[in-house]
Design a protein around this ligand. Structure first.
Ligand code: SF4
Length: 710
C-alpha cells in the first residue's frame, strides 16, 4: 500500500508538538516532527519519537467490550449493544432510585476536546449532575483558579515566542527539561543566541533543569509563597515596583504591601532554607530585567496551597509590570495534552462550558438554551472534584462511576482508599484504549476506546493553541472512538430517562461537535467563533481567542493592560505563607517528593510497553541523600519499605545528592506492573487546596525501613 502522511499532534504532554504520521492506511509505520507546527518546528522528544512504536502494537490494547455478570465473576467478551445497553440501564436504574448525583464521570486531559464536550453534555445536560471531574484536577486547577482570581479569566497571557524573547526566566516547580522537553530545547537554543538571559530555578531538587540555572534556589518543599513575598518585599524596598502600571491596571496593592512587610528577605530566606543574598539576587534579576517570564508547573500546582503559590508569583509580575509584552508574563505549563481543552468545554465539576460559572443563573441559561434542555436540569451546585468523588464513592453517596482514559487507581492520592471505593461501587464502567491498567481491574464493564492515531478531533496546548488530531489508521479489534461511545450510551439513557424527547446527541461527528462547542464560546474570553476545522486545515493550529472576523488567534493577552475582571483591573492577592498539609514528625521523618522521569508518561500504559524508553531510568528507585543513608546504615540497592499514615510501597534505594537531606524522591510513573503496589500514591496524602481542590501529590510525610530478605 502507498505511504500516507497524516498531520496530527503528539498525545503526550501539554507542549502539543505537531507530528507527521506515516502509515500504509492500516498500520502506523513512522512518526516525525512537523516542521511547520509552531510549537516544535519539527523537533520531538524521546516520547514523541516513540509514538510509531507504541501505536503500531496491539499488545495490551482493549479490543472488545467486556462485562461481568457478578462482582466475583471474570469479565467476558460481549457485543457492543449488550455493553452499551448495560451501561445505560445501570446508570438509569441508579439515577431513578437515588437521583442524578448518585452517578459520576471521571474523565481525562487525554481526551480530545470534542469527546470532552460530549461527556460534559451527557453529565450536565442529560443526567443533570455536575459530578464530572477529570485527572486535569491533578494537573492545572491551581493555575486556573489563580488566573481567574488575578486576571478575571482562565488561561495564560503568554505564548511560546516569549521563550525566545525573555531576558530573565524564572522556573518555579518545573523540571522542564523532563516534563516539557521540546520547549526546553527551544530555551537552550535561545540561550545560545542570548547568553545574557538569566535562568533562576526554584526547586527543592537539583533537577536537570536546575543544573542549567544561573541561580538555583533549593528551597524547602512548599515554601514558595514565603519566597515570592520576600522577593516582592525587596522589590518594593528597592523601588523596583512599576508604580505607573500598578496604579493604572491593578487593585489591591496596598493590602499586599502591608502583608509583605512581614516577609523581609532575611526572614523569608530562613523559611525557605536558602541564603538571603540568593533571594535578593533573584528579586533583582527578575525586577530589573527588560522582560521576565515565569515558567511553572506541578511544583506549584500540586499543593494544598497551590492557588496561593500561583497568586504570589503573579503578584511579582503585576507589581513590576512584567506582563502583556514580548518575553514577559506568568506562564503555567500544562501537563497533559488537552487539560486546556477540557476547561474550554467546562468538563469539570466546578465550571460550565466556555469558562462559565455553575453558580451564575445567566450562564446556566445560556448553556441550557444551547443544548435545548430545561434550565432546571442544570444543577446550580458544584459537583464532586476528583478526590472528593472517590471518597463519596467509598461512602456510597456515589454508586456508579464511568472512568474514561484515566487510571485513578494509580494516579490519585491515597490509593488504598481509591481501591476500596472502586471495589464497593455498584457499577464501575471503564473506557480505555488499554485493557490492563490498575483501574481496569475494577471494571464491571470495559469499553474499548480508539487510541492516538485512530481518532479525529482537536487539542489545546499550553499556549492556548488549538491543533488538529487526525486518524491515520482504524482502531484495532472492535475499539471505537470515545465520542461514538458517549453518544451511543447517551441516546440509550435519554430513551430511558426522557422517553419521547428529542435527543441531544443526534450527531457526534467531531467537526459538528467542534462547531457546537465554538458557538458556545462566542462573546466569551476564549471566543473561537471564527475558528472551524476548515480554517485549521487551511492555516494550521491557532491560538484562542479567534472571534468571527479575526484572521488569526491572539498571541498575547492583556497587552493593553485591560484584564477580564468586571472593572478591567488585575487583582493582587495577599495570601499568608502556610506550610504543607502534612508535617514531618518523629514517626514520619522524611518528606516524600514526587515527579516525572524524562522518558515515561503518567501510569506508563503507553510508554511502559517500549523497551527503548527504559534506557534513561531502567527501574523504580527511591532517591535519598547519601548522608541520610549513611546515618541510617543504608546502602544503594537496599530494599526499603516507604510508609505513610495511609499506605506503603517497596522501592530500592538510590543514593543521590539531587535531593536535600530529609527529603526523598520517587517518580510517579511506576505502577502495579513494576511494583507489588500501585506506586508512590500508596503513600501520598489526599489533602487538597481549598480553592482549586487540587491534591498535594508532591508532599507526604513518610518513614523508611530496610526489608530484611531471607
Ligand atoms: Fe510530545 Fe511533549 Fe515530547 Fe512534544 S515535548 S514530542 S508534545 S511529549
Amino acid at each position: 500500500m502507498a505511504n500516507i502522511e497524516t498531520r496530527s499532534t503528539c498525545c503526550y504532554c501539554g507542549v502539543g508538538c505537531g507530528v507527521l504520521i506515516e502509515s500504509d492506511g492500516a498500520r502506523i509505520t513512522g512518526v516525525r516532527g512537523d516542521p511547520e507546527h509552531p510549537a516544535n518546528f519539527g523537533r520531538l522528544c524521546g516520547k514523541g519519537l516513540s509514538l510509531a512504536a507504541s501505536a503500531a502494537s496491539d499488545s495490551g490494547r482493549a479490543l472488545y467490550p467486556e462485562m461481568r455478570l457478578t462482582r466475583e465473576a471474570a469479565r467476558a467478551r460481549v457485543a457492543w449493544d449488550d455493553a452499551l445497553d448495560s451501561v445505560a440501564d445501570g446508570f438509569a436504574r441508579i439515577i431513578r432510585r437515588h437521583g442524578p448525583d448518585a452517578v459520576a464521570f471521571y474523565v481525562s486531559g487525554q481526551l480530545l476536546t470534542e469527546d470532552y464536550y460530549l461527556f460534559n453534555k451527557l453529565a450536565k445536560g442529560v443526567v443533570g449532575t455536575n459530578n464530572i471531574d477529570t485527572n486535569s484536577r491533578l494537573c492545572m486547577s491551581s493555575a486556573v483558579t489563580a488566573y481567574k482570581q488575578a486576571f478575571g479569566a482562565d488561561g495564560p497571557p503568554t505564548c511560546y515566542d516569549d521563550l525566545e524573547a525573555a531576558h530573565c526566566l524564572l522556573f518555579a516547580g518545573s523540571n522542564m527539561a523532563y516534563a516539557h522537553p521540546v520547549l526546553f530545547r527551544r530555551l537552550e537554543a535561545a540561550r545560545d543566541a542570548r547568553p545574557d538571559c538569566r535562568w533562576i530555578v526554584i526547586d527543592p531538587r537539583c533537577t536537570d533543569t536546575a543544573a542549567m540555572a544561573d541561580l538555583h534556589l533549593q528551597i524547602q518543599p512548599g515554601t514558595d509563597v514565603a519566597l515570592f513575598h520576600g522577593m516582592l518585599h525587596h522589590l518594593i524596598w528597592e523601588g523596583l515596583v512599576n508604580a505607573d502600571y500598578v496604579a493604572a491596571h491593578t487593585e489591591g496593592f496596598a493590602e499586599l504591601k502591608r502583608l509583605v512587610r512581614d516577609y523581609p528577605p532575611k526572614m523569608a530566606a530562613e523559611i525557605c532554607g536558602i541564603r538571603e543574598s540568593d533571594l535578593v539576587t533573584a528579586a533583582e534579576w527578575f525586577g530589573r530585567s527588560p522582560a521576565s517570564l515565569s515558567l511553572y508547573s506541578m511544583g506549584l500546582n500540586q499543593s494544598s496551597h497551590g492557588t496561593d503559590k500561583n497568586l504570589a508569583l503573579i503578584n511579582l509580575h503585576l507589581a513590576t509590570g512584567q506582563l502583556g509584552r514580548p518575553g514577559a508574563g506568568p506562564f503555567s505549563l500544562t501537563g497533559q495534552p488537552n487539560a486546556m481543552g477540557g476547561r474550554e468545554v467546562g468538563g469539570m465539576a466546578t465550571m460550565l462550558a466556555a469558562h462559565r460559572d455553575i453558580g451564575n443563573a445567566e450562564h446556566r441559561l445560556d448553556v441550557a438554551r444551547h443544548w435545548g434542555v430545561p434550565v432546571s436540569r442544570l444543577s446550580d451546585q458544584a459537583g464532586l472534584p476528583a478526590v472528593a468523588m472517590f471518597e463519596a464513592l467509598r461512602q456510597g453517596r456515589v454508586k456508579a462511576i464511568w472512568i474514561a482514559c484515566s487510571n485513578p487507581a494509580h494516579s490519585l492520592p491515597n490509593l488504598p482508599l481509591v481501591r476500596e471505593a472502586l471495589a464497593c461501587a455498584e457499577l464501575v464502567v471503564v473506557q480505555d484504549a488499554f485493557a490492563h491498567t490498575d483501574t481496569t481491574a475494577f471494571a464491571d464493564i470495559l469499553l474499548p476506546a480508539a487510541g492516538w492515531g485512530e481518532k479525529e478531533g482537536t487539542v489545546t496546548n499550553s499556549e492556548r493553541r488549538i491543533s488538529r488530531v487526525r486518524a491515520a489508521v482504524p482502531p484495532p479489534g472492535e475499539a471505537r472512538r470515545d465520542g461514538w461511545i458517549v453518544g451511543e450510551v447517551a441516546r440509550r439513557l435519554e430513551t430511558l430517562l426522557y422517553p419521547g424527547a428529542a435527543s441531544l446527541f443526534s450527531h457526534t461527528d467531531p467537526d459538528r461537535v467542534f462547531d457546537e462547542h465554538r458557538a458556545l464560546t462566542v462573546g466569551r474570553d476564549l471566543d473561537i467563533g471564527g475558528l472551524d476545522y476548515a480554517l485549521l486545515d487551511r492555516t494550521g493550529p491557532q491560538q484562542w481567542p479567534l472571534p468571527v472576523g479575526a484572521a488569526t488567534g491572539l498571541a498575547r493577552r492583556y497587552t493593553d493592560g485591560r484584564f477580564a475582571t468586571a472593572n478591567g483591573r488585575a487583582r493582587f492577592h495577599a495570601p499568608s505563607y502556610l506550610p504543607p498539609a502534612e508535617n514531618v514528625s518523629a514517626h514520619y521523618p522524611f518528606r516524600l517528593l514526587t515527579g516525572r522521569l524524562r522518558d515515561q508518561w503518567h501510569g506508563m500504559s503507553r510508554t511502559g510497553r517500549l523497551p527503548q524508553l527504559f534506557a534513561h531510568s531502567p527501574e523504580p528507585a527511591l532517591q535519598m541523600h547519601p548522608e541520610d543513608a549513611e546515618r541510617r546504615g543504608l546502602a544503594a540497592g537496599d530494599l526499603l519499605r516507604v510508609s505513610s499514615k495511609r499506605g506503603q510501597l517497596v522501592l530500592p534505594l538510590a543514593l543521590s545528592d539531587e535531593v536535600m537531606r530529609g527529603t526523598l524522591f520517587a517518580a510517579m510513573h511506576w505502577n502495579g506492573q513494576f511494583l507489588n503496589s500501585g506506586g508512590v500514591n500508596e503513600a501520598s496524602q489526599p489533602a487538597v487546596d481549598g480553592q482549586s481542590f487540587q491534591p498535594e501529590l508532591k508532599h507526604a510525610a513518610v518513614k523508611v525501613a530496610k526489608l530484611d530478605l531471607p
